[in-house]
Ligand binder design. Sequence first.
Ligand code: TYD
Length: 201
Amino acid sequence: MTGTFISFEGGDGTGKTTQINILAEHVRSDGLEVVTTREPGGTELGREIRQALLHGEDLSPRTEALLYSADRAHHVATVIRPGLERGATVMTDRFVDSSVAYQGAARQLGVDEIRSLNMWAVGGLVPHITLLLDLDPAVGAARLDREKDRLESAGSDFHQRVRQTYLEMARAEPDRFIIIDANRPISDIAEDVRAAYDRLR
Ligand code: TYD
């Protein structure tokens, strides 16, 4: 595969979508093909799974974990791998690390089990870099100016565990992760994101 694979991670309300769009513009202006996508819901099937996950009936933690990984398997097979094979720069809003933090740690299903499940689902695909937008969950929650979905409504302990797990993962894999302080103006964050991308090239 000749493309570049970049994932954006972080809690809810950290500004990942905004930053993906800014970086995508930058990369496109270099004349490269960019695919921006997200999980859950980067495919048609994924949008149905997303609806079930975020707005459907109550799910057991294991059911939730399997639905996120099923969404991801289909996303990798039909969007991410084909994009990378064409040589595109693929930027995804969330990937395997989201499940490790949310289902593995915060839902307490076990980080190793959830990582193995998802590595199987994606056939071992790992991003070239992962940009972790780090923010106090209380600040992130205050930024969400709409009704909360099922995951966003989980308590503050849940979101603290998500944040701590992301930081631990980043420390364990310093060559892949870049931690970015997301409690700053959008343009300052974008500068760090772009610098991380430029270093990769
Ligand atoms: P996201 O689409 O990032 O939220 P937004 O509605 O702000 O665009 O993600 C939806 C929720 O799903 C979010 O609370 C995080 C959660 N999530 C998991 O719990 N596990 C996962 O593997 C993924 C991809 C997301």
